[in-house]
Design a protein around this ligand. Structure first.
Ligand code: NAD
Length: 351
């Protein structure tokens, strides 16, 4: 049945894909974000450009909708998250408090909040050979960064709104979602896009050395965007209120990720390990509860997802190389005629 749906953060990576997916399912979709999608026009029926840190915008956006997918957040890869703690905690608290309360006041029945694997305690992620994280591992809480603390508070807010006001809230904890049409340069990009960019530059310029933050042995799992969209729709349609992991449960090292992408690109690269924020040492998703609750788990292999993503990032890099130097950042990057991202390379994903 067609529904009226609000997607917050509709100008972002997952939000943009989600709008397209929901339109394909026949829904009426309103998007809101402080920016339009960067790489393709939105399929939303209505797109509001507004800041959810202001309650009046949250009130307007949640008027007349049946359900809300709450994705808006000030976020980025590890480099961004670890150096903008106060800003992230402040901005995301306002966004999440305003959006959930406005949804309640406007009688929105279903509300899905997008949390993160970054909520899991740092002390469970000190080893690259990490034990996969179960939902109940969240407590006692000790997220590494303010980003994770804020997500935990927003999770709790959803649980209390369900208990106190009878809202149907859903909470998903993403583990590194990646795919085409995501940020691939500028400092907010995460490991898969950043490494695709580095490898593409190596391929297109013949400069085969690439920088990787840390020793490259830190581990993560990565989930392709199409699986993420399937999981979101299935969770929203379920009656499950507690937090649920959504990610792949195959952990790889960052060095292995580089090798996989280089193989897809058909080049050989030399990795230079440099110091930089790495995030936790190891992280993987335990999908037992996901399988139990949804009767489903992500289907798309890392290789297949990376092949789609690499192809898209390489086209972006190629276009940029062809267009020459236009911004202060690209001027730095191209200062000696060679592409050297000033922001260095995200060796590790933020979440
Ligand atoms: P993204 O940064 O591409 O999208 C977030 C969007 O929120 C951006 O377009 C941004 O402009 C918008 N936004 C920021 N501040 C806003 C404000 N004040 N008002 C309105 N919009 C605002 O991130 P994404 O990868 O699409 O992530 C979507 C959600 O999923 C976020 O909540 C993120 O924390 C969560 N998440 C993502 C991942 C991942 O791997 N991509 C992992 C864990 C959690």
């Amino acid at each position: 049945m067609s529904q009226r749906i609000l997607v917050t953060g509709a100008g972002g990576f997952i939000g943009h894909h989600l709008v397209t997916f929901l339109k394909q399912q026949g829904h009426q979709v309103r998007g809101i974000d402080v920016k339009k999608p960067e790489f393709a026009a939105s399929d939303a029926d209505e797109f509001i450009l507004a800041d959810l840190r202001e309650a009046k915008h949250a009130a307007g956006a949640t008027t007349g909708v049946d359900s809300v997918y709450a994705l808006a957040a000030d976020m980025g890869g590890m480099g961004y998250i670890s150096t903008n703690q106060a800003r992230i905690l402040f901005n995301n608290s306002l966004i999440n408090l305003n959006t959930l309360e406005a949804a309640r006041r406007n009688g929105v029945r279903h509300y899905l909040f997008t949390s993160s694997a970054c909520i899991y305690p740092e002390f469970l992620q000190t080893d690259a050979a990490v034990t996969a994280l179960k939902e109940e591992d969240a407590y006692p809480a000790q997220p590494q960064d303010a980003y994770g603390w804020e997500k935990l508070i927003a999770e709790r807010l959803c649980l209390h709104y369900a208990d106190d006001y009878g809202m149907e809230t859903r909470i998903v904890r993403f583990h590194n979602i990646f795919g085409p049409l995501g940020t691939w340069e500028g400092g907010r990009e995460k490991a898969p896009a950043a490494i695709c960019r580095k490898v593409a530059v190596a391929k297109l310029t013949g400069q085969s050395e690439i920088e990787v933050w840390g020793d490259g042995r830190q581990t993560r799992s990565f989930c392709y965007i199409d699986d993420c969209l399937q999981g979101l729709a299935r969770l929203m349609a379920s009656n499950y209120r507690d937090p649920l992991n959504l990610g792949q449960d195959r952990a790889v090292t960052i060095d292995q990720l580089v090798e996989l992408i280089a193989a897809i690109a058909g080049v050989s690269v030399t990795k230079r390990h440099v110091s930089g924020p790495q995030g936790v040492r190891g992280r993987n998703s335990d999908n037992a509860r996901l399988r139990h609750v949804l009767g489903w788990e992500p289907q798309i292999s890392l290789e297949e997802g990376l092949a789609h993503t690499y192809k898209w990032v390489e086209a972006q890099v190629e276009r940029k190389l062809a267009s020459g130097v236009s911004t202060p950042e690209t001027r730095r990057e191209f200062s000696d005629g060679r592409y050297r991202p000033a922001s260095a390379v995200s060796g590790t994903a933020g979440d």
